[in-house]
Ligand binder design. Structure first.
Ligand SMILES: CC(C)(COP(=O)(O)OP(=O)(O)OC[C@H]1O[C@@H](n2cnc3c(N)ncnc32)[C@H](O)[C@@H]1OP(=O)(O)O)[C@@H](O)C(=O)NCCC(=O)NCCS
Length: 157
């Protein structure tokens, strides 16, 4: 499937919304993140029929730096009632920060959780001195493309 590479400059003042349910990612979140990943992608253009085992492997690989160093400071999960319902995961690709995953459970969508998570991650990256953040999105993943475009991400040449 064709992928778009997008980036946005972390210039100016990013005003991240306060989210009391947001916290840093811990290694013992792996199982919850795997379930979130499986449910978030189910039925989307990126759904390749993966199993929970596949999702678990993907999450562990991400946490272990298989997609570039995992940024435990910039990344976050959002909890509701003690359960993780959304996440924003930042790793590094070719030395630049990358949004590896932005995921929201179907029942919690269109409430601004992904946008808020991205804004807080971007603010933390800017605070750490980064000037740009990048990501890749599958062409036709309309919710994600609209989300990123609405936040100023544009195609990398
Ligand atoms: C993409 C995704 C993370 C968005 O999560 P979300 O928490 O619902 O997003 P938000 O509520 O913050 O939406 C912010 C904006 O994104 C856009 N957007 C989100 N979902 C959309 C949809 N289904 N159709 C069109 N635009 C959409 C809108 O501009 C929205 O603003 P609005 O609600 O004020 O119109 C979620 O749909 C998801 O988990 N998808 C599956 C996993 C995935 O593809 N992740 C991205 C690639 S890693």
């Amino acid at each position: 499937m064709k992928r778009r590479k997008l980036s946005v400059n972390l210039v100016g003042s990013i005003v991240p919304p306060i989210e009391v349910g947001a916290r840093e990612v811990r290694r013992d979140d792996a199982e919850s993140l795997a379930r979130l990943m499986l449910e978030a992608y189910r039925g989307t253009i990126d759904d390749g029929g993966e199993t929970l085992d596949d999702a678990r492997s993907e999450v562990v690989k991400t946490l272990d730096g298989g997609y570039g160093r995992f940024d435990f400071v910039a990344s976050e999960v959002i909890e509701r009632g003690g359960a993780i319902v959304a996440c924003t995961i930042v790793t590094y690709y070719q030395g630049l920060p990358m949004i590896a995953f932005s995921l929201t459970l179907p029942a919690w969508r269109r409430l601004g959780l992904a946008r808020g998570g991205l804004l807080r991650a971007m603010a933390r990256l800017a605070g750490a001195g980064h000037g740009i953040v990048q990501l890749a999105v599958t062409c036709g993943n309309t919710p994600a493309e609209r989300l990123y475009e609405s936040m100023g991400f544009s195609d990398v040449e």
